[in-house]
Design a protein around this ligand. Structure first.
Ligand SMILES: NC(=O)c1ccc[n+]([C@@H]2O[C@H](COP(=O)([O-])OP(=O)(O)OC[C@H]3O[C@@H](n4cnc5c(N)ncnc54)[C@H](O)[C@@H]3O)[C@@H](O)[C@H]2O)c1
Length: 376
């Protein structure tokens, strides 16, 4: 080993935090964490090369603009498909483009799709990987906070239809997840805040200490504890996914990850996925879930106020920015794909740090929450 090799190896080890394993009945995969510019990605690619397996890259225009150096350093001249940035890419049309790209590069079932991007690229690319030649392996390299703490872990992949969000998809777990927090340095503040909504969600649904920590000091892109918080969210998600991989638990389980999302998805749908980022809609949904829990007598009014204060400190909305028709929001809520035969299922808070699923909530109670959130 040369001096330079040794130096690189030391630098690499210093920037790496121990990997986390998502242990599933269907197979396990690692989540690697990196604090600096150096990652294990080139090594992982080299290993696939040695096995004669072709790696291709899926990313979006926003990542290419913000992170040209990272892409060049890690993926060199590997075949690359660059998608338009934004939720509109989670469409049937773009899904077909990804398949065409894989086929044009003659990917066999041994090929690997590397997905470098946020939740949109991850959900779309994961679904393309689930379906191309009946399933190939893919690796998630999340570049937004939301994707790091949520969408890159858990194997839910999919696209939207005009009838609703994530209506077509598959459970297909990645081969590995590589989380490099360095990416967050270029993430626009509004996107960073949107990711914080999911972080707050994890505190509320399963970790009172995490929520208290967020309450004490709002987290920013430069916060020293950001890496640790991202890892904690991944631990919480991994534990829930391990216990209920395909969301079949009668109560609780993976559905708890939907905290704030029944309200949030309705807001996204009624506003045509344009006015609010996903995380912003979820933030209003978290405020809604807290108000609903209060109305059901599960938490005191003061706790609902605490939720709104954390959202505000994180530069997130706790109410609609402008009035929306309550009838449309209610109708969208009843179309949520998490619903079962017994009606709309909400995730409610038993305390700030413990959530539960609840069906049979009177529509009038939900409507009252919508009105408090600013619907008319
Ligand atoms: N599969 C799941 O379990 C799951 C969970 C939560 C959310 N989601 C999905 O995730 C999607 C939202 O993901 P998102 O918030 O990451 O949005 P996104 O993928 O659209 O990314 C947000 C924007 O940031 C840009 N960007 C990405 N990384 C950047 C970087 N490092 N620097 C500068 N710009 C960067 C992108 O180009 C894009 O414009 C939604 O479709 C949602 O349904 C899925």
């Amino acid at each position: 080993m040369t001096g330079i090799d040794l130096c690189n190896r030391l630098l690499f080890n210093a920037s790496m935090v121990q990997a986390l394993t998502v242990a599933l009945a269907s197979g396990s995969y690692p989540i690697h964490f990196y604090g600096g510019e150096t990652t294990g990605i080139p090594g992982a690619l080299a290993e696939l090369d040695r096995q004669g397996r072709l790696s291709v890259v899926l990313t979006d225009e926003g990542v290419v603009r913000a992170q040209p150096g990272f892409l060049a350093a890690n993926f060199d001249r590997r075949p690359r498909l660059v998608l338009p940035a934004g939720e509109k890419s989670k469409s049937l049309e773009t899904f077909g483009r990804v398949h065409d790209f894989l086929a044009a590069n003659k990917l066999t079932r041994q090929g690997v799709l590397w997905i470098v991007g946020g939740g949109v690229t991850g959900d779309l690319g994961g679904f393309a990987a689930a379906t191309y030649q009946r399933g190939i392996e893919y690796v998630q390299v999340p570049t937004t906070l939301l994707a790091m703490v949520d969408s890159s872990v858990g194997g839910k992949t999919g696209i939207n239809l005009s009838a609703g969000k994530n209506l077509v998809g598959a459970f297909h777990h990645p081969r590995a997840v590589h989380i490099a927090t360095d990416f967050l340095r270029t993430l626009p503040p509004r996107e960073f805040a949107a990711g914080l909504a999911e972080v707050i969600k994890y505190g509320l649904l399963g970790d009172a200490a995490l929520f208290a920590r967020l309450e004490k000091t709002p987290v920013g892109a430069a916060s020293a504890e950001l890496g640790e918080i991202i890892r904690r969210c991944c631990e919480l998600k991994a534990a829930i996914v391990q216990a209920d991989e395909h969301e079949t638990a009668a109560e609780g389980g993976r559905a708890l990850l939907n905290l704030g999302h029944t309200f949030g998805h309705a807001i996204e749908q009624v506003t045509g996925y344009t006015a609010y980022l996903h995380g912003e809609a979820v933030a209003i949904g978290l405020a809604g879930a807290a108000r609903l829990s209060q109305k059901l007598g599960l938490i005191p009014a003061a706790d609902a106020v605490r939720v709104e204060q954390v959202l505000a400190a994180s530069h997130l909305p706790g109410r609609l920015r402008g009035p929306l028709p309550v009838a449309e929001l209610q109708a969208a809520t009843t179309r949520d794909k998490k619903n079962r035969a017994d009606g709309v299922r909400f995730v409610v808070l038993n305390s700030l740090g413990a959530a539960a699923t609840r069906a049979g909530i009177p529509p009038a109670t939900v409507e009252a929450v919508w009105r408090e959130l600013g619907a008319v």
